[in-house]
Write a protein that binds this ligand. Structure first.
Ligand code: NIG
Ligand code: FE
Length: 421
């Protein structure tokens, strides 16, 4: 068999392989580490994993051999919750936040999400593309090889479509793979403040069918929160989306315990995200219905809020994933490694649990578990070489970028911490 590439001399290979369901309970703390390993790649796919110099039996003259110099290798990280494409920034709200004005209060005053809606409407497709591309480069440099990207800064059809088209173009032109989510119900536009029902009807009757027809999104998401969309509205939007063939996600129980976790279980969402205020009953229902809890600790950190109860989720056998929530308001940072460090420091997860949460469990959170999330034969050769001796070191030494090199589909795309242009 022809082999295109061998990555040899891997000090520790964290495979994350070996289960055909998301990691739950005590298994979340387990990872397979192979020492002195190599990975063989053909056509962008992993074809063999071995140790020592056994690769010498499979190389041919044109096989490229690269040296991992005894470092740590993991699967490409997966950021399963971002608001990647948007116009502008919100540093003007930073001082309000520091004065203690609540996030939802800023939104009620027409700022917050609504201020990014204005900037996104005003931005051209090229401007949105260039800004998002820069963020995507940054994510890749931090070791992220797959990103879920939401719309939700249009709140009317044309701008929602503009955002989704930019994301689609990025997935065609950028090495990072994108997964597309329609989040038309992200906030209630000012003009519908006293008539949210009319806006919900537009989302369901106008936007969802059109986005489906244009094949611009695989998932539908809703922001269920006090003062935003109620559980009843969320249920109507998400169940309509399900009937049209969308897979489901939800921004659930972020600030107030509304019953978002329960709703995600009832509707069979693939993931339920945030969950800082989720009830124990809701979490139990999620475990029973195989809904992945996608926790976003960067948002807790940045909003100065409590962290989600990850320990309880793991105790209840809820599969936990962890993502950045990159967005211009509640989490203006593309750095998933920082979110991982908060996974330990804020969520009290172990380093092994965190690594499972951003690889195999994050793959389940976007329904890509058959292609990515672990280093195993048949999956994409998305590999990160970290300038770190072991998994613990990644979480312990915080605030820096540990990436040495990134391979996407078996191609070197980040070298010396920079995207190869
Ligand atoms: O996931 N909570 C709602 N949506 C985003 C924030 C978006 C924004 O503030 O622009 C979130 O935190
Ligand atoms: Fe979000």
């Amino acid at each position: 068999m022809r082999i295109d590439l061998i990555i040899k001399n891997i000090g520790k290979l964290a495979t994350m392989r070996g289960s055909n369901s998301p990691r739950i309970g005590q298994d979340m703390n387990k990872i397979e580490i192979i020492e002195n390993a190599y990975v063989a790649i053909r056509d962008g796919i992993i074809v063999e994993i071995g140790t020592g110099k056994d690769y010498e039996n499979i190389v041919s003259n044109d096989t490229k051999i690269e040296n991992a110099n005894g470092l740590l290798v993991t699967p490409g990280l997966i950021d399963a919750h971002t608001h990647l494409v948007h116009g502008g920034s919100r540093e003007n709200e930073f001082s309000k936040k520091l004065q203690g004005i609540p996030y939802i209060e800023i939104l009620k005053q027409g700022g917050g999400i609504l201020s990014t809606v204005k900037s996104t409407k005003e931005a051209s497709e090229d401007e949105l593309y260039n800004k998002a591309r820069k963020s995507l480069d940054r994510m890749l440099e931090f070791g992220v090889t797959t990103v879920e990207s939401k719309s939700g800064y249009g709140l009317e059809l044309d701008t929602e479509i503009k955002q989704l088209k930019v994301a689609k173009k990025l997935s065609e032109e950028h090495p990072v793979d994108l997964v597309h989510t329609f989040l038309g119900a992200h906030a209630i536009p000012m003009e519908y403040k006293n008539n949210s029902k009319a806006f919900v009807d537009i989302v369901v009757k106008e936007m969802l069918p059109k986005v489906k027809e244009l094949e611009l999104a695989e998932f539908c998401d809703v922001f269920c929160e006090e003062g935003v969309f109620s559980i009843e509205e969320g249920e109507y939007i998400l169940s309509s989306a399900k009937n049209m063939g969308y897979k489901l996600k939800i921004h659930a129980d972020e600030i107030v315990s509304l019953g978002g976790a329960e709703l995600s279980a009832k509707l069979g969402c693939i993931s339920s995200d945030h969950l800082m205020a989720a009830s124990e009953d809701g979490l139990k229902m999620m475990a029973e219905n195989n809904v992945v809890a996608n926790i976003l600790p960067g948002t807790s950190f940045n909003l100065n809020k409590n962290y989600a109860n990850a320990r309880k989720m793991i105790e209840l056998n809820v599969a936990v994933a962890l993502s950045s929530d990159y967005n211009p308001g509640s989490c203006p940072s593309e750095n998933l490694q920082f979110a991982m460090q908060l996974g330990c420091l804020g969520l009290k997860m172990t380093p092994n649990e965190v690594l499972n949460a951003v690889t195999i469990n994050a793959a389940y959170a976007i329904d890509r578990q058959d292609e990515i999330g672990s280093i195993e034969v048949g999956k994409k050769a998305d590999l990160i070489i970290f300038d770190a001796p072991n998994v613990e070191y990644l979480m312990y030494h915080f605030g820096i970028n540990h990436v040495d090199r990134v391979y996407k589909n078996g191609v070197l795309v980040v070298d010396d911490k920079k995207v190869i242009q």
